[in-house]
Design a protein. Structure first.
Length: 169
């Protein structure tokens, strides 16, 4: 497999995995989050469990998030080293998704783990955390949509004969 083919495979994998992540995140935002975000603070922990949010974190997101993060980083490197029509879209998609993952790992995951113990936490802090988690999740979804759409745009631009990979310096 040459560098061009490897780059193509990497971009395809990126688009597929980001699409899975985005679709699941959209489902979660529309269906799961309202089941735990609209309850009294003292019930948030139980509602997280009943809604499937806690279970999906351990059984789904733990296996989807890391590959997306690694693919975002790998695609950023490959996109940086390539030329051609798709470079700017590919690079934008990769960087956007790296930012998305950083936002997720530094804010959303720690806050969600913290909320799993909501029964033992001050109600005002739980209420505030739920409020901000839900609001900022809209921003995160927009960032994710932009990253996926940019990756799709990059994929749609053929670089037949144009794609050149620079050597690492």
């Amino acid at each position: 497999m040459n560098k061009h083919q490897a780059g193509e495979v990497l971009l395809w994998l990126f688009v597929i995995w980001v699409g899975i992540q985005f679709g699941a995140g959209l489902y979660e935002k529309q269906i799961v989050v309202p089941q735990w975000s609209n309850v009294p603070p003292e019930e948030v922990g139980d509602a997280l469990s009943r809604s499937g949010q806690e279970s999906s974190a351990l059984k789904f997101w733990a296996f989807v998030s890391p590959p997306v993060a690694l693919l975002a980083l790998a695609n950023a490197v490959v996109a940086w080293r390539t030329t051609g029509r798709r470079r700017k879209w590919w690079l934008a998609a990769s960087i956007i998704m790296v930012i998305y993952r950083i936002f997720t790992y530094t804010y959303f995951v720690p806050k969600m783990i913290w909320l799993w113990q909501a029964e033992t936490l001050p109600a005002s802090e739980v209420e505030s955390t739920v409020f901000w988690w839900v609001r900022l999740n809209y921003v995160r979804m927009i960032i994710g949509a932009c990253g996926w759409l940019a990756a799709l745009k990059a994929l749609s631009l053929s670089n037949c004969g144009e794609n050149k990979f620079e050597t690492a310096t």
